[in-house]
Design a protein. Structure first.
Length: 115
């Protein structure tokens, strides 16, 4: 049989649905894994940085720091919610120290972070 003149095989509706379902499951799993990786990376870059203190990293973010913290908090909440929907235990990476947000300025304290 020629590789150049093969007739394409047709999928049954059942096979198409199976392929679509498998693709959706793969995308869901990969997206969840990507988001959990990003959530942990965000924490590590600030709170587990070997070169700079959390305050130095936060200060380097300038006026965007409070927005970034808000987005990261929403990401963490979202991951907790979708994990619970699927019955998966998700333990998010968390800050090491407590912090305050006052008029858009984030200040790291010496107290431990308590969720």
């Amino acid at each position: 049989m020629s590789i150049l003149t093969q007739t394409p095989q047709t999928e049954s509706d059942s096979e198409k649905l199976q392929r679509i379902s498998k693709t959706i499951n793969i995308i869901s799993s990969r997206t969840y894994n990507d988001l959990t990786r990003v959530q942990k990376l965000g924490i590590d870059l600030i709170w587990n940085n070997k070169e700079f203190t959390p305050q130095q990293v936060i200060d380097s973010l300038g006026d965007d720091a409070a927005k970034i913290f808000a987005v990261h908090g929403k990401l963490t909440d979202y991951l907790m919610t979708i994990s619970a929907l699927d019955g998966v235990e998700y333990i998010p990476a968390l800050p090491t120290n407590a912090f305050t947000v006052d008029d858009g300025k984030i200040t790291v304290t010496d107290l431990p972070y308590v969720p």
